[in-house]
Design a protein around this ligand. Structure first.
Ligand SMILES: [Zn+2]
Length: 274
């Protein structure tokens, strides 16, 4: 048995009660880089169905390596051959244990959890939930901060249907940052609030990305100022997003003053709720 790659080697290990010094499978796992070489052997060899003892006895595994056709593959072959010289096979069967559970048994939940082990925590995300806006708007903004809203750049990356250009300005590739702060249409909407909230509008115009804008906005000014400005700013972005959806899915267009009026209507409702 040969491990299929470094990812596999990271989550499996030899069982303690086995003879790891003489079992090829364990050696392949322990060698780290050799795991990739093992995958290489499977790729170019024609002895894919051979077991450890059958395939490696008298170097029979090498007889299938007729498909080597590049210098890189030859180099990998030489590396693999040198690793294998130190291995002595026994009749002990290969066994693996799952490193992510206490008893060494595989579980789907542990495999799912390992996918998120390298995620960078964003404590500022939690601040979203304390902003006084509707729940659906909080959720939208929470997704936006993580660049998980389905804007054209993300649809393009997935190969899903999309229009390359922003549906509001038809000038640039649509992204969360573009929609919220860079789009000429969005900037016109922001400007509708410049009279009463000049600092908020200036921060939007100075934004270099969505997260840094959020970091700065939730720390600027007095607490009272933030209580007024943060919900308004989030509703401005929300209604820009809604206008984008209206144009794409309903083929309807609202003007800049029309979008600003929708923002003000939501803010009026909000003042009754809180
Ligand atoms: Zn645009």
């Amino acid at each position: 048995m040969i491990a299929g790659g470094q990812e596999f080697a990271a989550v499996v290990a030899p069982l303690e009660d086995s003879d790891s010094s003489s079992d090829l499978g364990y050696q392949a796992i322990d060698m780290g880089g050799a795991c990739c070489l093992g995958a290489f052997a499977l790729q170019v060899g024609d002895k894919k169905k051979s077991d450890s003892e059958g395939g490696f006895d008298n170097d029979r595994w090498m007889r299938g390596l007729r498909r080597i056709n590049s210098e890189e593959q030859m180099d990998q072959f030489v590396q693999l051959w040198s690793h294998i010289q130190s291995i002595t096979l026994s009749h002990v069967r290969d066994k693996i244990s799952w490193n992510l559970t206490a008893d060494g048994s595989y579980s789907a939940s542990s495999a799912y959890a390992i996918q998120f082990c390298a995620r960078v925590p964003m404590p500022e995300l939690n601040k979203v939930w304390s902003i006084r806006v509707q729940g659906k708007v909080k959720f939208f903004f929470w997704l936006l901060l993580q660049n998980r809203v389905w804007t054209a750049d993300r649809l393009c990356a997935r190969g899903w249907p999309h229009d390359d250009n922003c549906s509001l300005c038809d000038q640039e590739m649509e992204s969360a940052y573009h929609l919220a702060f860079r789009c000429p249409f969005a900037r016109e909407v922001w400007l509708q609030f410049h009279g009463d909230f000049p600092d908020m509008v200036q921060r939007a115009f100075d934004a270099t990305d969505v997260c840094s804008w959020w970091d700065i906005s939730r720390q600027c000014g007095t607490k009272d100022q933030r209580m007024r400005e943060l919900p308004l700013a989030i509703y401005v972005i929300w209604h820009i997003w809604k206008e984008r959806g209206r144009r794409i899915f309903q083929n309807k267009v609202a003007t800049v003053p029309g979008v600003a009026a929708l923002v003000r209507a939501d803010m009026d409702l909000l003042s009754l709720a809180f």
